[in-house]
Design a protein around this ligand. Sequence first.
Ligand SMILES: N[C@@H](CCC(=O)N[C@@H](CS)C(=O)NCC(=O)O)C(=O)O
Length: 204
Amino acid sequence: MKLYYSPNLNPRVAVAVARHLGSPVDYRRASPRHPDHIAAFRAINPNALVPVLEEDDGRRLWETDAIACRLSALAGSDFWRRGDDEPEMILWVSWAAHHLNAAAGTLYFERLIRPSFSDQAAPVAVIAEAMANVRTHAVTLDAALSGRTWLLGDALSYADFRVGTALPFADGAGLPLQGLENLARWRGQLEAIDAWRAPFDGLD
Ligand SMILES: N[C@@H](CCC(=O)N[C@@H](CS)C(=O)NCC(=O)O)C(=O)O
């Protein structure tokens, strides 16, 4: 089973999930958007993006959430919750995609990725809107974490990894997280997990 990845936002989460679960994957570093690779990579993922999980029977999954769901099932783990806790986990996975990570992803792109291929300054209005949105969603997250160890209560779940997607890049992307104590405490808990803090250790 192969996991195609790059060091960026979403594949970082997929690699962290595989490491956390001890999944028996062969990690394959990829540059799907490189002009020399994009056409060939579209045969692996028509979106030319990573992560992609390729199973030994040739089945492929793209999308970080689908990969986390599959790896958790293969590991026999409840990291991807089933049963009564599943709707609340999906709440956070969906909220992260549509709200927090959408806004944080804009800052990640404009401040960390754009400078690697363009010397044009990031658009001021885009940055201002993303900053305001990240702050709003970070305050929501901080309040939700009050009195809870992890997002679903006492035990870590995929919701924590998915909502935390942008946190490893928070300093470089300038995410406005100041003064949010519950969020800071939870971020520290994530950082204490080897698979989260250093998912690429020992990989190319
Ligand atoms: N919705 C997809 C997004 C995947 C995506 O945007 N991947 C980006 C990195 S964050 C990518 O492959 N960029 C090219 C690269 O990293 O080389 C997911 O959640 O997995």
